[in-house]
Design a protein around this ligand. Structure first.
Ligand SMILES: [Fe+2]
Length: 312
């Protein structure tokens, strides 16, 4: 027997059962194109490095397993992510320090900015990290870092932790021996993309990406990891990339050179070591002032896997 005689009574009954009528949503669930929720953002290495150096005096590796500074997108309510699916962080390690071994389901990579004599051990393979190198730590691989040379080493980490937060399969554990034993010292590894190899491949590159987003571009891996793609770009002084937007979320790290980038409604002046957040569907364009190399880290593999990768 129907006892509800008014729309109001109907809606009360629907809400009482934790339901919502698709014809009168409080908020739309579908819209014509992406909303570009996350904000464009820029971090200057010149401002970050002194803070990392100060942290090196105040925060030792007993207090912080990793001495890192995550780059939090200024989107209101966001507490962690750099863009929707990725988090970037600056990290440093001082001579004599050892960042203990752990593993987690999120995929991670390191882009080395400065410093020699630092090594990473990934699943027992010990390899040096040098400026310009990109080193991978795929999901559930043990990893630790140690600095045995004279330099403090600085790098940028990018991880897919926000994607793992969304999907929920987070697992993390410390190595039972604190430092994972080294099985083998290696000069090269499929998980280490050397700067000299990137330079060699860029030198041999003759064509620009069809969408005009860089002058030359190579991909490290195909893709580097299941959720993260890494591209190294080279652009000469005076080069202007085309204005482009894509559903893929990206974090750019400046390895060399300088320039300006318009991302969304903001313009950022960048130089070596800086990081730029280019969230999904924010239009962006680079203008290069001094010959530059940028590393573009994106969630393209995720977007592509689900047929969500669009650009214009
Ligand atoms: Fe880690």
């Amino acid at each position: 027997m129907i006892t509800m005689k008014t729309l109001e009574e109907l809606y009360v009954a629907i809400e009482h059962l934790n339901m919502e009528g698709g014809w009168h949503r409080r908020q739309p669930s579908l819209w014509p194109e992406p909303k570009a929720n996350f904000l464009s953002a820029h971090w200057r290495y010149a401002e970050v490095k002194p803070i990392l150096e100060a942290a090196g005096h105040l925060v030792d590796h007993h207090l912080a397993e990793r001495r890192n500074l995550t780059l939090t997108n200024p989107l209101q309510g966001n507490w962690y992510s750099t863009v929707r699916t990725l988090v970037a962080a600056y990290q440093s390690i001082k001579p004599g320090e050892n960042a203990l071994s752990h593993r987690h389901t999120p995929n991670a990579l390191r882009i080395i900015l400065e410093g020699h004599g630092t090594y990473t051990v990934v699943n027992g393979m010990r390899v040096e990290m040098r400026p310009g190198d990109v080193l991978l730590t795929p999901s559930w691989h043990w990893h630790s870092h140690e600095a045995i040379g004279p330099d403090e080493c600085f790098w940028v980490d990018v991880l897919d932790v926000p994607l793992v937060h969304l999907l929920e399969p987070m697992f993390f554990e410390h190595h039972p021996e604190r430092c994972e034993p080294v099985k083998e010292n290696v000069a090269s590894s499929p998980l280490a993309f050397r700067w000299e190899n990137s330079v060699h491949r860029l030198d041999a590159q003759t064509e620009s990406p069809a969408n005009g987003t860089a002058e030359r571009e190579i991909e490290l891996g195909s893709p580097a990891m299941k959720t993260i793609a890494v591209h190294v770009q080279r652009m000469s002084a005076g080069f202007d990339s085309t204005l482009h937007k894509t559903t893929a979320n990206a974090v750019f790290t400046v390895l060399s050179g300088s320039g300006t980038s318009r991302i969304g409604d903001h313009e950022f002046k960048w130089s070596k070591g800086d990081v730029l957040a280019v969230p999904s569907w924010q239009p962006y364009q680079h203008h290069v002032m001094e010959d530059a190399h940028l590393v573009r880290v994106s969630d393209e593999p995720v977007m592509r896997a689900f047929d969500f990768l669009y650009g214009r």
